[in-house]
Design a protein around this ligand. Structure first.
Ligand code: NDP
Ligand code: 8X3
Length: 247
């Protein structure tokens, strides 16, 4: 039987790669994002396999309408909570409030609203939720406070949700990636492609396709198996030491 995945943020990066990959695997894909032109391009590529929906994750009415789609698109087996982004790594007082609010509203509020709205359907179908957290949830770095805070929320939300879902058969995974070259850093820096190129230069970053493979692997695990959290990095990324302030 054809399965259905709902992917938020299908217009770029991990989400777009996942839309392509799941469509290729024979899934029905509901793909959301704000950029209509990108959604149109993706539909040309994936044709009937895709239901493109222009939705801003901060518009909670629109987000909740995703629980009221017509069949067969309503029969969601897998929710990939992927839409998100990061504010610049400037200090908190120097960071534009509107951008911080956008990140919190997208990464946390929209994700919770969508999950809450879709849970009855996911429970009915013994479905699966994959949430995009980040290594930023696990290791602090300078300028990361709000982004990391949202991703720590996503990680803990995923774990606690599993307690609520005990006995339902619904699986939940927090995916915690390190550096992957997508539009993430271009967006984070307010459109600075050179800064993004410099960040990923000569370090062989992970790719969107690596993540599509991971999501596909998670989706194809036997139903008795739940991967709670999974952290991944490119080989060339690891940890630095603690910072010490000397008086
Ligand atoms: P991209 O910037 O390439 O893609 C982000 C996607 O999210 C786009 O499709 C964008 O669509 C969508 N999005 C952002 N804000 C909104 C919003 N308000 N409403 C609707 N859609 C929105 O980044 P990635 O693919 O790298 O990121 C995907 C997820 O993975 C994010 O949650 C990110 O935090 C996380 N992540 C990324 C890492 C990386 O190194 N790349 C590492 C760890 C985690 P549109 O602009 O069209 O609305
Ligand atoms: C972003 C991961 O390592 O670029 O979520 O900060 S990293």
């Amino acid at each position: 039987m054809t399965k259905t995945i709902l992917i938020t943020g299908a217009t770029s990066g991990f989400g777009r790669a996942a839309a392509r990959r799941f469509a290729k695997e024979g899934w029905r894909v509901v793909g959301t994002g704000r950029r209509a032109e990108r959604l149109r391009e993706l539909q040309e590529e994936l044709d009937d396999a895709l239901l493109p929906l222009e939705i801003d994750m901060r518009d909670l009415e629109a987000v909740e309408s995703l629980a009221k789609l017509s069949a067969p698109w309503s029969e969601i087996d897998l929710l990939l909570n992927n839409a998100g982004g990061a504010p610049p790594t400037s200090s908190l007082p120097e960071t534009d409030w509107a951008r911080l609010q956008e990140v919190i509203d997208t990464n946390v509020v929209g994700l919770v609203a969508l999950t809450r709205a879709l849970l009855p359907k996911l429970i009915e179908r013994k479905g699966q939720i994959i949430n995009l957290s980040s290594v930023a949830a696990n290791y602090p770095y300078k300028g990361g406070a709000v982004y990391a805070g949202t991703k720590a929320f996503v990680r803990q939300f995923s774990l606690d949700l599993r307690c609520d879902l005990a006995g339902t058969g619904v699986r939940v995974t927090s995916v915690e990636p390190g550096m992957a070259e997508t539009e993430f850093t271009v967006v984070r820096t307010g459109g600075n492609q050179a800064a993004s190129d410099a960040l990923y230069a000569n370090m062989n970053p992970m790719t969107a396709e690596d993540h599509a493979d991971l999501f596909c692997w998670l989706a194809n695990l036997p139903p008795h198996l739940n991967i709670n959290t999974i952290e991944l990095m490119p080989v060339n990324q690891s940890w630095a030491g603690f910072a010490v302030n000397r008086e």
